[in-house]
Design a protein around this ligand. Structure first.
Ligand code: ANZ
Ligand code: ZN
Length: 841
């Protein structure tokens, strides 16, 4: 038996597979398709353990799918634009593309060493003009559809990254990339109208049965649909009583609390608030509040724990149902860009308003009461506002009955109560309000003031405004001779921005913003279907064959941003008639994290990173792959463990020997089950039992238990060939073939070597079918059952598995004849395959 030499075997098969183009997508329409997709990496250096795990999972799926007869698309590429490349270029006085390509080359070498079965012919980088050209093309199509616009509004500016950020990229109040606190800046920026798709993005989550519930919950929460009403309040004259003809609308989810409005709120950014206080004594305090609020992120401003700040404006609005004046305050917990940007303050029902009222000593009018509240008896029939303040220590969170609420008094109040609809109807009849739905999702801010990204294909002309770059002029290519190290930006680089207007021919200025890199990763999976198309981003035919991707594997950190944007792009491209799919990914697997031995996240700054090469060098890629999949189920976190790697290596070597031994004892003919002796029969049964289990575990992506099953088969086979006794030659060969083929998706080089050298096969093991296992053969011929007398086990008997109940009852009574002597059997209960209980007195 030859020694297992991982390095020699792996080098040999990587070269052979490449020479034979083994992983080229077949594109065989006669076969069912399977699109296995892993999130492509950002090339910031060599691959790390997280990548190794992600791609090993995908590779095992892809290889197994192929053996199960699918036409498999298994591509890979690089998400190559982005800030780290630019920062590295600045630091090292080089070009972003140079740094990026070095990293890509290194990552590809590691991918090849890991033996990943990608169709390398389809590989691309998003920074290739052949790719980003089509991103620009899609941008223009979206522009034509009215899905792109430019707007000047306060945006999140990261002072460290020197660019604006999308809402989604400010997480817990800080920049997702560098952790700095973004500032608000008033800037003209480009947006994608993702909010046109809010409802569909929410509804279709229900169709994604193959997605983890928590990811769907995160998306639903992010989209944030609220049902409620818009209610119009008249602005009063400075006298505080006479209505002007101006109205201010609020959005509320609790129209039932309308009679409890104690004050009215505007956000610090509100131009109306600025107008109301202009030139009054209230102006300085307002200005101070506004300046302070600008320094706080909107997430923090809304935080329920945060102290609220407000100032009075000196003015009032009038409540539409009873004409009662409510003072207008400016409060920092109110946001400009949610709802209508104005809030009716109901301290009785809303905890934030309650805290605010306590702090500034405003009314807390009780309009909703629980029946066990002493106030309830006093106010339950009261229609007028008689009691204007309560000494509660919290707002009323539970449902209750409306009090002091005019004609609605006595109705049940609460978020989904009858009073909500009744009051909306009441307002609607009088033209004072209407039912509405609000979404928390904002339009996607896509422009970035950084060089290393896909240029926005627009030109600004002083006469014609924003004019799209004509399709025939695409791509707008990034210049590669900018002096980034000297701080040069696209906006300062005349050869890039100087151009002429495509419409009127006058001198004009090219837009120098680039697109958020998340735009590049929103459709790359479509390009893989048809990566060399130079007339279109992809052909509809190719995409309709492969999409949606059957399995998408990647990190949970993309649960909101990348996955939501990709779903949005898919729907837009469908509406443009370019594809049929409604959703991009049928099944989503979020793999767990790889942590260090102490359970800490691996990171360069902590210095606890285990690079993949530190395992591949001593043990080989197959050991690495086996260890990664064996250590835990794919979706679970695990702590890196040298012992598991060493154990995986021991198993690979042992299985290597066992396969050789079986192969040497083996013969060609099919297994003749009827003629097997007891020892062979037992091996035949465990082969089938474990094989059935292994197959179903594989189908569910539970590789760790699938591997355990193969290990058990190997153990049984090892005993069979080493212990004395007859060996059935056909069975030996059958078992060897099964071990090699079931491990082939996981340890590809090992399997291919054994397939050829030990088993003498010609074609690749991946062109061989997944082995068949017989669930019936797995069933034992005889079973051991317990015999109980009145519930106590007295003996065990072995009976034929298919024996009728009467026979089993008889055999059981024989087995305990001694204990039954002198007693009368009243009843015999047979539980098939498990036990017989005898009731005797
Ligand atoms: C009156 C009221 C009474 C409210 C009550 C709640 C409870 P969701 O569920 O998140 O949609 N609101 C509306 N616009 C706002 C803005 N721009 N900034 C801050 N808060 C705003 O929240 C809807 C509720 O948030 C609305 O319903 C409003 O307060 C507040 F017992 O109106 B409510
Ligand atoms: Zn022009």
């Amino acid at each position: 038996i030859p020694a297992y030499d991982a390095e020699a075997i792996e080098t040999k098969w990587q070269a052979t597979w490449e020479a034979e183009d083994l992983y080229k997508t077949e594109e065989d329409p006669a076969k069912p398709k399977k699109y296995i997709l892993e999130m492509f990496p950002y090339p910031s250096g060599d691959l790390h353990m997280g990548h190794a795990r992600n791609y090993t999972i995908g590779d095992a799926m892809a290889r197994q799918a192929r053996m199960r007869g699918f036409d498999v698309l298994h591509p890979m590429g690089f998400d190559a634009f982005g800030l780290p490349a630019e920062n590295a270029a600045i630091k090292h006085h080089t070009q972003a593309s140079v740094w990026t390509h070095q990293n890509i080359d290194q990552a590809v070498r590691t991918m090849r060493r890991m033996g990943f079965s990608y169709d390398y012919d389809r590989m691309f980088n998003t920074c290739d003009p052949e790719y980003y050209k089509w991103g620009q093309w899609i941008f223009l199509k979206m522009w034509e559809k009215g899905l792109v616009y430019r707007d000047t509004s306060p945006v999140n500016w990261c002072p460290t990254c020197q660019t604006v950020l999308a809402n989604e990229q400010v997480t817990d109040g800080v920049c997702w990339r560098c952790g700095s606190v973004p500032e608000k800046r008033e800037l003209s920026q480009w947006y994608f109208r993702i909010t046109d798709y809010s409802q569909e993005l929410l509804d279709d989550l229900d169709r994604l049965d193959g997605w983890p519930e928590r990811v769907k919950a995160m998306q639903a929460n992010w989209i944030g649909r609220s049902e409620g009403a818009e209610i119009d309040f008249a602005l009063a004259d400075p006298d505080g009583r006479t209505p002007t003809d101006r109205t201010i609308s609020v959005f509320t989810t609790r129209p039932d609390t309308l009679f409890g409005v104690s004050f009215f709120l505007l956000p610090p950014e509100s131009p109306l608030a600025a107008e109301l206080v202009a030139g009054t004594a209230y102006e300085p305090a307002f200005a101070e509040l506004k300046a302070a609020a600008e320094k706080v992120s909107s997430v923090d401003r809304q935080g329920s724990e945060r102290e609220k700040h407000g100032v009075f404006t000196g003015r009032y609005v009038l409540n539409p149902v009873n004409g009662r004046p409510a003072p207008i305050w400016v409060a920092d917990y109110v946001l400009m860009d949610y709802g209508t940007g104005a809030v009716m303050g109901v301290p009785c029902g809303d905890q934030r308003d309650f805290d605010f009222a306590r702090k500034y000593d405003l009314e807390i009018a009780p309009i909703i009461c629980a029946p066990d509240d002493p106030l309830y008896d006093e106010l339950k029939d009261e229609r007028e506002l008689r009691v204007r303040s309560v000494d509660w220590d919290r707002a009323m969170a539970a449902e209750g009955y409306l009090v002091q609420s005019g004609p609605f008094t006595g109705m049940r109040g609460g978020k989904h109560s009858e009073a909500v609809d009744k009051i909306i109807d009441f307002l609607a009849e009088r033209g004072l309000g209407r039912k509405t739905v609000q979404f928390r999702l904002r339009d996607w801010l896509i422009s970035r003031q950084r060089y290393w990204g896909n240029p926005i294909p627009m030109i600004h002309c002083d006469c014609c405004g924003d004019v799209p770059v004509p399709y025939e002029d695409l791509p707008v290519t990034l210049p590669d001779d900018l002096d980034l190290g000297a701080g040069e930006t696209l906006a300062e680089y005349a050869p890039f921005y100087e151009t002429t207007c495509p419409r009127c021919g006058r001198p004009a200025r090219r837009i120098t913003d680039t697109m958020d890199t998340f735009t590049c990763s929103s459709w790359y999976y479509l390009r893989y279907c048809d990566p060399h198309n130079d007339e279109m981003p992809f052909s509809k035919e190719a995409v309709d064959r492969w999409m949606p991707a059957d399995n998408y594997i990647g990190g949970i950190e993309h649960a909101i941003l990348h996955l939501l944007y990709s779903r949005f792009f898919t729907k837009v491209l469908r509406d443009l008639g370019l594809i049929d799919a409604d959703e991009p990914f049928t099944n989503l697997l979020c793999q767990g994290m790889v942590k260090d031995e102490r359970g800490e996240t691996m990171s360069k700054s902590k210095g606890n990173v285990v690079p993949p090469s530190s395992v591949i060098d001593p043990y080989g890629a197959d050991t690495m792959r086996l260890a990664i999949l064996f250590i835990a189920p794919p979706e679970k976190d695990f702590n890196w463990d040298e012992e598991v790697v060493a154990g995986a290596n021991r198993f690979i070597k042992r299985a290597w020997r066992v396969v050789w031994q079986l192969a040497q004892a083996g013969g060609e003919s099919p297994v003749d089950v009827a003629s097997l002796d007891a020892r062979s029969k037992a091996l035949w049964r465990s082969l089938n039992a474990l094989g059935v289990k292994c197959t179903s575990d594989f189908d569910r992506g539970q590789f760790n238990t699938a591997i355990s099953a193969v290990m058990e088969i190997t153990n049984a086979a090892s005993k069979y060939v080493s212990e004395p006794g007859e060996r059935d030659a056909a069975l030996c060969r059958r078992v060897a073939g099964a071990i090699v083929r079931t491990l082939a998706p996981i340890c590809p080089h090992w399997a291919e070597e054994l397939w050829h050298e030990a088993l003498g096969q010609q074609g690749s093991v991946y062109d061989a079918a997944w082995p068949e296992f017989d669930a019936n053969a797995a069933r034992a011929d005889e079973v051991q059952i317990a015999v109980q007398i009145k519930g106590k086990v007295r003996a065990h008997v072995t009976v034929p598995a298919d024996a009728p109940d009467d026979d089993v009852a008889g055999l059981a009574q024989e087995a305990v004849a001694a204990q039954l002597a002198g007693k009368t059997v009243k009843k015999v209960i047979v539980i098939k395959g498990r036990l017989v209980n005898i009731v005797a007195v």
